[in-house]
Write a protein that binds this ligand. Structure first.
Ligand code: C2E
Ligand code: CA
Ligand code: CA
Ligand code: CA
Length: 278
């Protein structure tokens, strides 16, 4: 056992220690990033499938790290959640996204755009969240109905009464709630009864296979019909090809987003798309 212990020490400890140190370094970097405002938002258009018009955008965070360049959310959101830093970061996202979209709407003719913001479970645990959302909307001058808060199913697994209470509080402000990555959780249908949801976002994994796999197509079209029956909006995520669009639009999916229409864009790029004459 002693020998095994020694071998383990030699083989595994340097790697473990490196990983640990990298984690600590990243955490320190992330704390600095919050203070120095190193975050940026991208805006991905959400399109009405029957008409091709943009109805809104999803705000997606990026970390513009001084040495590493653009860091995708998957590489720092989990750490931000673990350390609680997601609370100030998430508040920045809410404020930035709502004020940017309010500015665009002030210049636009036609129906106002909505903005979708992703929420973490940690944010939903904060009693102050309702206040934060309300004050972000007021300061931005964005009507509540133009804000969509996206919640993942894993977040809704939480059965504590506080979760339902918080979601009802958000609904009472007039904002809309979306279930993100719909269909990937274990009891998606139960959430539709329990929580005051307005929008279903059909997970990309269904959309990926909607053309080639009859099962994926049947499930996708079933979700769309379920949404319609419950008077919910349906948004298909990750549309990359015309064939997927044909299948989804043919099945009466209301909206979609994906690289086929547009990648997540910088505010400058989205500005150019909305106001070509600038
Ligand atoms: P999500 O909310 O499911 O966002 C959709 C992801 O799919 C985004 O990745 C988007 O860039 C990507 N995507 C969109 N269309 C396509 C497509 O046609 N093909 C492919 N392959 N991908 C597409 P992104 O921006 O890397 O974000 C990843 C995840 O990070 C998000 O997944 C969301 O869960 C989380 N996230 C992003 N921004 C925030 C934020 O501000 N707060 C929190 N809490 N989470 C965020
Ligand atoms: Ca989302
Ligand atoms: Ca999603
Ligand atoms: Ca996702």
């Amino acid at each position: 056992a002693k020998k095994l212990g020694k071998d383990r020490y030699e083989v595994f400890e340097p790697t473990m220690q490196e990983a640990f140190q990298a984690h600590i370094a990243l955490e320190a970097d992330l704390r600095r990033a919050v203070v120095r405002h190193e975050f940026e938002l991208r805006y991905q258009p959400i399109v009405r499938l029957q008409t091709n018009e943009i109805t809104g955008v999803e705000a997606l965070i990026r970390w513009n790290h001084p040495e590493r360049g653009i860091v995708p959310p998957m590489d720092f959101i989990p750490l931000a959640e673990e350390t609680g830093m997601i609370v100030p970061i998430g508040e920045w996202v809410l404020r930035e996204a709502t004020s940017r979209v309010a500015e665009w709407n002030a210049r636009r003719s036609g129906p106002p755009l909505s903005v979708s913001v992703n929420l973490s479970a940690v944010q939903l645990e904060q009693a102050a969240l309702i206040q934060t959302v309300e004050s972000a909307l007021t300061d931005a001058g964005l009507p509540p109905a133009q804000l969509v808060l996206e919640l993942t199913e894993s977040l809704l697994v939480d059965h504590r009464p506080a979760t339902l209470h918080r979601l009802n509080g958000l609904k009472a402000l007039g904002v809309r709630l979306a279930i993100d990555d719909f269909g990937t959780g274990y009891s998606s249908l139960a959430y539709l009864r329990r929580f005051p949801v307005d929008i279903i976002k059909i997970d990309k994994s269904f959309v990926d296979d909607v053309v080639d796999e009859p099962t994926a197509a049947a499930l996708t079209h079933g979700i769309i019909q379920l949404g319609r029956a419950l008077q919910l909006s349906t948004v298909a995520e990750g549309i990359e090809h015309a064939g997927q669009l044909t299948s989804l639009a043919g099945g009466n999916c209301e909206m979609g987003q994906g690289y086929y229409f547009a990648e997540p864009l910088t505010d400058t790029a989205l500005n150019g798309l909305l106001f070509p004459s600038d």
